[in-house]
Design a protein. Structure first.
Length: 271
Protein backbone atom coordinates (compact mmCIF):
# COMPACT_ATOMS: atom_id res chain seq x y z
CA UNK A 1 0.00 0.00 0.00
CA UNK A 2 1.28 3.46 -0.89
CA UNK A 3 0.58 6.36 1.43
CA UNK A 4 -0.29 8.75 -1.40
CA UNK A 5 -3.30 6.60 -2.36
CA UNK A 6 -4.32 5.44 1.14
CA UNK A 7 -7.70 6.72 2.33
CA UNK A 8 -8.26 6.03 6.06
CA UNK A 9 -11.75 5.03 7.13
CA UNK A 10 -13.78 7.68 8.94
CA UNK A 11 -13.31 6.12 12.38
CA UNK A 12 -9.62 5.50 11.82
CA UNK A 13 -9.14 9.02 10.47
CA UNK A 14 -10.75 10.40 13.63
CA UNK A 15 -8.39 8.35 15.79
CA UNK A 16 -5.39 9.53 13.77
CA UNK A 17 -6.50 13.13 14.24
CA UNK A 18 -6.95 12.77 18.01
CA UNK A 19 -3.65 10.94 18.53
CA UNK A 20 -1.34 13.99 18.20
CA UNK A 21 -3.54 15.91 20.66
CA UNK A 22 -3.28 13.09 23.20
CA UNK A 23 0.49 12.92 22.74
CA UNK A 24 0.75 16.70 23.21
CA UNK A 25 -1.40 16.58 26.37
CA UNK A 26 0.63 13.70 27.78
CA UNK A 27 3.91 15.50 27.05
CA UNK A 28 2.60 18.60 28.82
CA UNK A 29 1.52 16.64 31.91
CA UNK A 30 4.91 14.93 32.12
CA UNK A 31 6.77 18.23 31.74
CA UNK A 32 4.52 19.97 34.29
CA UNK A 33 4.91 17.14 36.79
CA UNK A 34 8.69 17.28 36.39
CA UNK A 35 8.79 21.04 37.00
CA UNK A 36 6.55 20.79 40.05
CA UNK A 37 8.69 17.99 41.45
CA UNK A 38 11.61 20.44 41.44
CA UNK A 39 9.58 23.52 42.42
CA UNK A 40 6.06 23.04 43.83
CA UNK A 41 5.35 26.77 43.37
CA UNK A 42 6.11 26.74 39.64
CA UNK A 43 3.67 28.89 37.63
CA UNK A 44 4.97 28.35 34.12
CA UNK A 45 3.48 24.88 33.60
CA UNK A 46 0.51 24.53 35.96
CA UNK A 47 -0.89 21.09 36.65
CA UNK A 48 -4.37 20.22 35.32
CA UNK A 49 -5.83 20.43 38.83
CA UNK A 50 -4.57 23.99 39.29
CA UNK A 51 -6.03 25.04 35.93
CA UNK A 52 -9.38 23.44 36.79
CA UNK A 53 -9.48 25.25 40.14
CA UNK A 54 -8.61 28.61 38.59
CA UNK A 55 -11.17 28.25 35.82
CA UNK A 56 -13.90 27.11 38.21
CA UNK A 57 -13.87 30.53 39.83
CA UNK A 58 -14.25 32.27 36.45
CA UNK A 59 -16.86 29.89 35.10
CA UNK A 60 -19.13 29.19 38.08
CA UNK A 61 -18.62 32.12 40.49
CA UNK A 62 -19.82 35.69 39.84
CA UNK A 63 -17.25 38.45 40.03
CA UNK A 64 -17.61 40.37 43.35
CA UNK A 65 -17.34 43.75 41.61
CA UNK A 66 -19.38 43.32 38.43
CA UNK A 67 -21.53 40.35 39.35
CA UNK A 68 -20.72 38.75 35.99
CA UNK A 69 -19.48 35.26 35.34
CA UNK A 70 -16.23 36.45 33.79
CA UNK A 71 -15.51 33.47 31.56
CA UNK A 72 -18.90 33.63 29.88
CA UNK A 73 -18.86 37.42 29.71
CA UNK A 74 -15.46 37.30 28.00
CA UNK A 75 -16.65 34.63 25.58
CA UNK A 76 -19.84 36.44 24.61
CA UNK A 77 -18.05 39.77 24.14
CA UNK A 78 -15.37 38.24 21.92
CA UNK A 79 -17.84 36.20 19.88
CA UNK A 80 -20.00 39.28 19.30
CA UNK A 81 -17.03 41.27 18.03
CA UNK A 82 -15.78 38.40 15.91
CA UNK A 83 -19.22 37.70 14.46
CA UNK A 84 -19.84 41.34 13.61
CA UNK A 85 -16.44 41.74 11.97
CA UNK A 86 -16.66 38.51 9.96
CA UNK A 87 -20.26 39.24 8.99
CA UNK A 88 -19.41 42.65 7.56
CA UNK A 89 -16.30 41.27 5.87
CA UNK A 90 -18.24 38.38 4.31
CA UNK A 91 -20.97 40.66 2.99
CA UNK A 92 -18.35 43.04 1.60
CA UNK A 93 -16.48 40.16 -0.05
CA UNK A 94 -19.67 38.89 -1.64
CA UNK A 95 -20.78 42.23 -3.08
CA UNK A 96 -17.40 43.68 -4.05
CA UNK A 97 -15.99 40.32 -5.13
CA UNK A 98 -18.95 39.73 -7.44
CA UNK A 99 -18.59 43.13 -9.05
CA UNK A 100 -14.80 42.90 -9.47
CA UNK A 101 -14.90 39.34 -10.73
CA UNK A 102 -17.77 39.83 -13.18
CA UNK A 103 -17.04 43.28 -14.61
CA UNK A 104 -13.51 43.64 -16.08
CA UNK A 105 -13.62 47.48 -16.27
CA UNK A 106 -14.43 47.67 -12.56
CA UNK A 107 -11.71 45.14 -11.81
CA UNK A 108 -9.17 47.22 -13.73
CA UNK A 109 -10.24 50.35 -11.84
CA UNK A 110 -10.62 49.08 -8.27
CA UNK A 111 -8.47 45.95 -8.31
CA UNK A 112 -5.19 47.79 -7.58
CA UNK A 113 -6.85 49.64 -4.67
CA UNK A 114 -8.04 46.39 -3.10
CA UNK A 115 -4.58 44.89 -3.57
CA UNK A 116 -2.92 47.91 -1.97
CA UNK A 117 -5.21 47.70 1.05
CA UNK A 118 -4.65 43.95 1.34
CA UNK A 119 -0.87 44.26 1.63
CA UNK A 120 -0.99 46.82 4.46
CA UNK A 121 -0.46 45.08 7.84
CA UNK A 122 -3.81 45.53 9.64
CA UNK A 123 -2.14 45.79 13.05
CA UNK A 124 -0.34 48.90 11.80
CA UNK A 125 -3.76 50.48 11.22
CA UNK A 126 -4.95 49.80 14.77
CA UNK A 127 -3.81 53.19 16.19
CA UNK A 128 -5.54 54.95 13.30
CA UNK A 129 -8.75 53.01 13.92
CA UNK A 130 -8.66 53.90 17.62
CA UNK A 131 -8.14 57.57 16.77
CA UNK A 132 -10.95 57.61 14.20
CA UNK A 133 -13.49 55.39 15.96
CA UNK A 134 -12.43 55.74 19.59
CA UNK A 135 -11.78 52.93 22.04
CA UNK A 136 -15.24 51.38 21.79
CA UNK A 137 -16.50 48.36 19.91
CA UNK A 138 -16.41 49.98 16.47
CA UNK A 139 -12.61 50.08 16.26
CA UNK A 140 -12.29 46.41 17.24
CA UNK A 141 -14.84 45.30 14.69
CA UNK A 142 -13.27 47.57 12.06
CA UNK A 143 -9.86 45.96 12.59
CA UNK A 144 -11.31 42.53 11.83
CA UNK A 145 -13.05 43.87 8.73
CA UNK A 146 -9.95 45.65 7.44
CA UNK A 147 -7.84 42.61 8.25
CA UNK A 148 -9.81 39.92 6.45
CA UNK A 149 -12.14 41.61 3.94
CA UNK A 150 -9.48 42.49 1.32
CA UNK A 151 -8.22 38.90 1.25
CA UNK A 152 -11.74 37.54 0.92
CA UNK A 153 -12.59 40.05 -1.82
CA UNK A 154 -9.50 39.12 -3.82
CA UNK A 155 -10.17 35.41 -3.40
CA UNK A 156 -13.81 35.61 -4.47
CA UNK A 157 -13.07 38.00 -7.36
CA UNK A 158 -10.22 35.82 -8.57
CA UNK A 159 -12.41 32.72 -8.47
CA UNK A 160 -15.19 34.42 -10.43
CA UNK A 161 -12.73 35.87 -12.92
CA UNK A 162 -11.35 32.38 -13.56
CA UNK A 163 -14.74 30.87 -14.42
CA UNK A 164 -14.89 29.44 -17.97
CA UNK A 165 -15.60 32.19 -20.45
CA UNK A 166 -18.00 29.87 -22.25
CA UNK A 167 -20.46 30.14 -19.35
CA UNK A 168 -20.66 33.90 -19.72
CA UNK A 169 -21.00 33.71 -23.49
CA UNK A 170 -23.80 31.13 -23.23
CA UNK A 171 -25.65 33.27 -20.69
CA UNK A 172 -25.37 36.33 -22.93
CA UNK A 173 -26.50 34.28 -25.92
CA UNK A 174 -29.60 33.22 -23.99
CA UNK A 175 -30.48 36.86 -23.39
CA UNK A 176 -28.88 37.61 -20.01
CA UNK A 177 -27.43 41.03 -19.30
CA UNK A 178 -24.50 41.83 -16.99
CA UNK A 179 -26.79 41.76 -13.94
CA UNK A 180 -28.16 38.38 -14.99
CA UNK A 181 -24.68 36.95 -15.51
CA UNK A 182 -23.68 38.17 -12.07
CA UNK A 183 -26.70 36.63 -10.32
CA UNK A 184 -27.28 33.48 -12.37
CA UNK A 185 -23.74 32.46 -13.32
CA UNK A 186 -21.26 34.05 -10.92
CA UNK A 187 -23.18 34.13 -7.62
CA UNK A 188 -24.00 30.39 -7.31
CA UNK A 189 -20.40 29.43 -8.03
CA UNK A 190 -19.03 32.13 -5.73
CA UNK A 191 -20.89 30.98 -2.62
CA UNK A 192 -18.80 27.83 -1.88
CA UNK A 193 -15.64 29.85 -2.46
CA UNK A 194 -16.91 32.57 -0.13
CA UNK A 195 -17.42 30.05 2.66
CA UNK A 196 -13.95 28.64 2.03
CA UNK A 197 -12.47 32.15 2.19
CA UNK A 198 -14.35 32.72 5.45
CA UNK A 199 -12.90 29.49 6.88
CA UNK A 200 -9.38 30.58 5.95
CA UNK A 201 -10.00 33.98 7.54
CA UNK A 202 -10.93 32.59 10.96
CA UNK A 203 -7.32 32.39 12.16
CA UNK A 204 -6.34 35.95 11.17
CA UNK A 205 -9.66 37.27 12.49
CA UNK A 206 -8.95 35.79 15.93
CA UNK A 207 -5.47 37.35 15.86
CA UNK A 208 -6.88 40.80 15.11
CA UNK A 209 -9.58 40.40 17.75
CA UNK A 210 -7.15 39.37 20.49
CA UNK A 211 -4.80 42.21 19.53
CA UNK A 212 -7.55 44.81 19.74
CA UNK A 213 -8.89 43.46 23.03
CA UNK A 214 -5.41 43.40 24.53
CA UNK A 215 -4.96 47.12 23.86
CA UNK A 216 -8.37 48.62 24.60
CA UNK A 217 -11.09 46.54 26.23
CA UNK A 218 -12.56 45.81 29.64
CA UNK A 219 -14.01 42.41 28.76
CA UNK A 220 -13.13 39.70 26.26
CA UNK A 221 -10.93 36.65 25.91
CA UNK A 222 -7.94 38.66 24.71
CA UNK A 223 -8.42 41.23 27.44
CA UNK A 224 -8.46 38.53 30.14
CA UNK A 225 -5.33 36.86 28.81
CA UNK A 226 -3.33 40.08 28.82
CA UNK A 227 -4.77 41.15 32.16
CA UNK A 228 -3.63 38.06 34.05
CA UNK A 229 -0.27 37.73 32.31
CA UNK A 230 1.23 40.29 34.70
CA UNK A 231 0.59 37.78 37.50
CA UNK A 232 2.03 34.89 35.46
CA UNK A 233 -1.38 33.25 35.76
CA UNK A 234 -0.73 30.47 33.29
CA UNK A 235 -3.48 28.46 34.97
CA UNK A 236 -5.90 30.93 33.36
CA UNK A 237 -4.01 31.77 30.18
CA UNK A 238 -3.60 28.20 28.96
CA UNK A 239 -7.28 27.24 29.37
CA UNK A 240 -8.31 30.45 27.62
CA UNK A 241 -5.99 29.66 24.71
CA UNK A 242 -7.40 26.13 24.50
CA UNK A 243 -10.94 27.56 24.61
CA UNK A 244 -10.16 29.95 21.75
CA UNK A 245 -8.75 27.06 19.72
CA UNK A 246 -11.84 24.97 20.46
CA UNK A 247 -14.17 27.79 19.38
CA UNK A 248 -12.21 28.22 16.15
CA UNK A 249 -12.37 24.48 15.42
CA UNK A 250 -16.13 24.41 16.01
CA UNK A 251 -16.59 27.40 13.69
CA UNK A 252 -14.47 25.78 11.01
CA UNK A 253 -16.39 22.51 11.30
CA UNK A 254 -19.75 24.32 11.15
CA UNK A 255 -18.75 26.22 8.02
CA UNK A 256 -17.48 23.04 6.36
CA UNK A 257 -20.70 21.19 7.09
CA UNK A 258 -22.80 24.13 5.93
CA UNK A 259 -20.90 24.28 2.65
CA UNK A 260 -21.29 20.55 2.09
CA UNK A 261 -25.02 20.63 2.81
CA UNK A 262 -25.85 23.76 0.85
CA UNK A 263 -23.42 23.30 -2.06
CA UNK A 264 -22.81 19.58 -2.29
CA UNK A 265 -22.00 19.85 -5.98
CA UNK A 266 -18.87 21.86 -5.13
CA UNK A 267 -17.57 18.98 -2.96
CA UNK A 268 -18.42 16.13 -5.33
CA UNK A 269 -14.77 15.19 -5.75
CA UNK A 270 -13.82 15.56 -2.07
CA UNK A 271 -13.46 12.63 0.33
Amino acid sequence: MRWVTAQPQRSRGLMLGVLPLLVLALAYIIAAAARHAENPADKILPLPGAMAAAMAGLVFEPDPLSGQYLFWADTLASLWRLGAGLGIATLSALVVGLVLGTLPPVRSTLGPLVTAIAVVPPIALLPILFIVFGLGETAKVALIVVGVAPFMIRDVAGHIGALPREQVIKALTLGANSWGVMLRVALPQAMPRLIEALRLSLGPAWVFLISAEAIAADVGLGYRIFLVRRYLAMDVILPYVVWIALLAVVMDFALTQASRRLFGWAHAGAH
